[in-house]
Design a protein around this ligand. Structure first.
Ligand SMILES: *Cc1c(COP(=O)(O)O)cnc(C)c1O
Length: 363
């Protein structure tokens, strides 16, 4: 399939000085690499015009369907420099499947898994020099698919564009495992039953910005979304899935809300579901109420709370604030969160055996 993507001869390189400037300021989502993959889809020709080109602006008709009616889906995944010097992407096939599922929900074409993975390989191979031997740095890959057809008719578009760009990152919250303070949002909802909550579509993020502003106004770093119907059940945190560490005699177990259709099925969530039991941490997927969260933290039954996602990996939650008051989570010592974070990062860097074939070694 890789042959569907033509490499353009005009490769761009960045001077060592420019490279140092970029690496000195790695605010999330700003330090883009030199290239991108572009591809088109139309009813008539299917997937075509795949090419690896210099990163640059694209042109669109002012009446492109995506701009007006929001047929836009995206993904977020990472590539890492392994300890042995090779470079690999993490769970690209799983991200390909979710990309296709998101597209299906928005009546958009499903990109074949092999094509998605081939695009990732081509871009990572081209721009891998950014991954030096600093293990704190990874390459964040952002595939996006949007409707380009020039019409204002309200129906699924017949033409689409795929773009894959990348940026260098130290993680969403920088390098630290700094705990975050979260806001329980009761005024707005991210997703409702039957809606688009399980799809990674641009509109979900636009709809969430106002709640993020409310969180910030209340001194919080992130929003916690509650269920649309009752506003009593915990769904997820901003763009990350939530986990609770529960004391179980002398050991611990994990609790995370089930995928009911309004929660985004995180690939990191899925990875933790797989590895946690192997570390002696059984997992229950069950609804968690705000009340259960509060009383669990106050009684000491819940010892740690954390969120997980590709961008920030594992982020501890230190404090919860809501309209009815606040409480803290755990004591500051977070051994289970730290262990899971280390384990996941170990797999991503090729230090811990990749039992599930999650790494796609690219070069
Ligand atoms: C992307 C995303 C996540 C995390 O998914 P990962 O695959 O683990 O990165 C969680 N919630 C929302 C709303 C998201 O968009």
């Amino acid at each position: 399939m890789s042959s569907m993507i033509q490499a353009r001869p005009r490769a761009v390189s960045t001077s060592p000085a420019e490279r140092r400037t970029k690496l000195a300021d790695l605010r999330f989502g700003t330090a883009f690499t030199e290239h991108m993959v572009s591809m088109r889809w139309s009813v008539r020709d299917g997937w075509h015009d795949g090419e690896l080109v210099p990163y640059g602006n694209v042109t669109l008709p002012p009446t492109a369907v995506g701009l007006h009616y929001g047929q836009i889906v995206f993904e977020g995944l990472k590539a890492f420099r392994l300890e042995d010097g090779r470079v690999a992407s993490f769970r690209a096939a799983q991200h390909a499947r979710r990309f296709a599922a998101s597209a299906r929900r928005l009546m958009m074409p499903e990109m074949p898994e092999e094509l998605f993975v081939a695009a990732i390989r081509d871009l990572v191979r081209q721009d891998q020099d950014w991954l030096g031997d600093d293990p704190g740095i990874s390459l964040y890959l952002r595939p996006i698919l949007f409707a380009t057809e020039e019409t204002l008719a309200l129906r699924p578009a017949t033409e689409y564009r795929f773009l894959l760009t990348a940026f260098i990152t130290e993680g969403y919250f920088g390098r630290s495992l700094e705990p975050v303070t979260v806001w329980l949002c009761e005024d707005y909802v991210r997703a409702a039953p039957g809606g688009t909550g399980a799809a990674k579509c641009a509109g979900n993020y636009a709809a969430g910005l106002i709640a993020q502003e409310q969180a910030a106004a209340n001194g919080c770093d992130q929003v916690v979304w509650l269920d649309a119907a009752t506003r009593t059940l915990v769904e997820e945190m901003g763009g990350m899935n939530l986990w609770f560490v529960v004391r179980d005699g002398d050991s611990h177990r994990l609790l995370t809300p089930p995928l009911t259709g309004s929660i985004l099925p995180g690939v990191t969530r899925d990875a933790l579901l797989t590895v946690a039991p192997r570390l002696g941490l059984p997992v229950t997927e069950a609804p968690v109420s705000v009340e259960q969260w509060r009383t669990g933290c106050l009684s000491g039954e819940i010892t740690e709370v954390f969120a997980c996602g590709t961008a920030a990996r594992v982020s501890p939650v230190a404090e919860v604030r809501g309209a009815d008051g606040s409480w803290s989570c755990g004591t500051g010592d977070r051994p289970v969160t730290a262990r899971l974070s280390r384990h996941l990062f170990g797999i991503q860097r090729g230090v811990i055996p990749d039992e599930d074939g999650w790494l796609d070694v690219i070069s």
